[in-house]
Write a new protein. Structure first.
Length: 128
């Protein structure tokens, strides 16, 4: 349910680090809580973000939710396809519906994120 190679935040974002790139998205749990996603707002490439900074929003039929950066860095790419098909967030949150790619500023920030087992336990505790 929660891919083991990812790191997770308490705000339900995930990050996948591959070399000097960190791909960010929202978790399956988050998309289920949101319901049908109808709009995604993402940052411009080149923007520098700090860990836990708001980087965009996701709008669903239920609510508008802010997105928080799991780790700091420079935005090098955003998923422009989400502008045309925001509903992909509901069907493929860990794959095609990634949101942005960062060039991490401080890799040590990853140490403060949860692994899959810890995130699963966190979600279960929130659901009680």
């Amino acid at each position: 349910m929660y891919p083991a190679e990812l790191r997770y935040t308490k705000d339900h974002e995930w990050v996948r680090v591959q070399g000097d790139r960190a791909t960010v998205g929202i978790t399956d749990y988050a998309q289920k809580q949101l319901g049908d996603v109808v709009f995604v707002e993402l940052p411009e490439p080149g923007r520098r973000l700090k860990a836990n900074e708001v980087f965009g929003t996701v709008e669903s039929v239920k609510a508008v939710s802010e997105l928080f950066t799991p780790i700091g860095g420079e935005v090098v790419e955003v998923n422009a396809a989400l502008a045309k098909t925001p509903e992909a967030v509901n069907s493929d949150p860990y794959g095609g519906a990634w949101m942005m790619v960062l060039r991490p500023g401080d890799a040590k920030e990853l140490d403060g994120l949860m692994d899959a087992a810890a995130y699963k336990a966190f979600v279960e505790s929130e659901s009680k």
